[in-house]
Design a protein around this ligand. Structure first.
Ligand code: MLT
Ligand code: ZN
Length: 459
């Protein structure tokens, strides 16, 4: 079947508004938040339900046209980029939210439900899905699961994979299978739904999921604290954990990040300038006196703001949550590494030293999730450097960074995934035998290499 017959057949299946080859749609839907990779899909399709997803998969398999499954496209590793004439299969229309089972604390939802819509729907039930992302307005449940999203509350709740009980999947063959269900306990053989979580759409297409839910978190206390460096932030985290509080999140950002947020948003500087800031969010059921505790941390704390109400707390959070959008105009080269929390300060010092020695004059924005040992290293493009020179210089810096991370037993992706961007480096932190096992799984489940080919690894 030639290309126009193939597209006509898809259009006949999906209806006139179910497919587009409009160049602006191809650009918009063919990429994620990664801006260094140019999209070039053949078409974008918007099936209305799982049966239509399966029909698209069968048609693409018959035509030998690869598929890029697509969620909210907020990924940062190129996992949802369609750069080689693929069909972008958007799950955007799969937005059903089933009845909430309050006793079982679960709900079944379509893959296209945005995080913020889900959370709003759960509020009347006193429940929430504890995958809390800065990109919650656009990110979707399906995308969260395909990438095993992390976010701002991993310290307390873990990754997305901890909060899924079952999934509905469309395999590369076009068959539809329910994996798992609404069971909190099920020890009967392989938990295949967990294989698909974090699979970046390479093993099957998730069309619906039964999610485990948590009670809505109680009121929290939030502080932004100026400290001398990331080591001091880590030490403050250790001290905070000695208190009888439940730590929801413990984040850090350097002053360069704060400067960019202030410049981008127009918000006022919240504290006197310090080299680094820690932000923590705690539930405090036993009423520990956090102001007094902060005052007692004189060796670590240079300045601090403790929110006295929710509005102030949200404002303090926004200095952290708005870093990504604020760095975007500077063409950041992003990295997302993790090490044990005990190695976090050492790694940050080594990274700063490496850039100071080998890339003098570069601005490198460091921030991340201290409580998870997850450091975001964002090098900001010098305005006088051409894009291709910038790319090359960053690729060399990546090799050095991953070497430092590997020496500390770390991972080159803590939460963003591998996609296209990290693929060349995966073997630095994953042994050859493990990669061979991953390839064997991919070949078994997708023998035609139809689903998101070229992501994570090449076959
Ligand atoms: C974050 O922590 O804000 C996200 O991982 C996004 C980013 O790294 O820019
Ligand atoms: Zn992050």
């Amino acid at each position: 079947m030639n290309r126009s017959d193939f597209l006509a057949a898809l259009r006949a299946t999906l209806g006139p508004d179910g497919l587009s080859t409009d160049p602006s749609d191809l650009t918009h839907w063919g990429r994620d938040w990664t801006r260094s990779l140019a999209p070039d899909p053949l078409a974008v399709v918007w099936p209305r339900d799982t049966a239509e997803v399966a029909a698209v998969v069968r048609a693409c398999a018959a035509a030998g046209t690869a598929i890029v499954p697509s969620g909210g496209r907020t990924g940062l590793a190129g996992g949802a980029v369609a750069a080689h004439g693929e069909v972008v299969l958007s799950l955007d229309r799969l937005r059903d939210i089933g009845p909430v089972d309050g006793l079982n604390r679960s709900v079944t939802v379509g893959a296209g439900v945005p995080n913020s819509v889900l959370q709003t729907a759960l509020v009347p039930h006193g429940l929430w899905w504890p995958v809390d992302l800065a990109s919650k307005g656009s990110a979707t449940v399906g995308g969260n699961l395909a990438t095993n999203a992390g976010g701002l509350r991993v310290l307390r709740y873990g990754h997305a994979r901890n909060w899924v009980l079952g999934v509905q999947v469309v395999w590369a063959s076009g068959e539809i299978t329910q994996l798992g269900g609404a069971l909190h306990k099920d020890n009967s053989g392989y938990a295949l739904q967990q294989l698909l979580v974090g699979g970046e759409g390479t093993l099957g297409i998730l069309t619906a999921a039964t999610l485990a839910l948590a009670p809505l978190p109680g009121p929290s206390e939030v502080a932004l604290v100026g400290v001398r460096d990331l080591g001091a932030a880590v030490a403050l985290f250790g001290a905070l954990r000695q208190l009888p509080v439940v730590v929801n999140a413990f984040e850090a950002l350097t002053d360069l990040c704060l400067e960019q947020v202030i410049a981008h948003t127009g918000m006022a500087r919240p504290l006197q300038p310090c080299a680094t800031y820690a932000l923590f969010d705690v539930e405090n059921p036993r009423g520990a006196d956090l102001a007094e505790w902060l005052a007692g941390q004189a060796g670590l704390v240079q300045d601090a703001a403790l929110a006295t109400d929710r509005t102030q707390a949200d404002k303090l959070w926004s200095y952290r949550e708005r870093i990504t959008e604020s760095l975007q105009p500077r063409r950041p080269h992003k990295n997302d590494v993790s090490v044990p929390v005990s190695s976090m300060a050492g790694l940050a010092a080594e990274v700063a030293q490496w850039f100071a020695t080998h890339r003098p004059g570069w601005q490198v924005a460091l921030f991340g999730h201290v409580g998870d040992g997850n450091l975001h290293v964002n090098a900001l493009a010098p305005s006088d450097l051409a894009q291709k020179d910038w790319r090359l210089a960053c690729e060399q810096a990546d090799q050095a960074l991953y070497g430092l991370v590997a020496a500390r037993g770390g991972s080159l992706s803590a939460e963003h995934g591998i996609g296209l961007l990290k693929k060349p480096y995966l073997s630095i932190t994953r042994p050859a035998a493990e990669l061979a096992a991953m390839r064997a799984v991919k070949r078994a489940l997708d023998p035609g290499n139809l689903l998101n080919p070229g992501k994570i690894f090449d076959l």
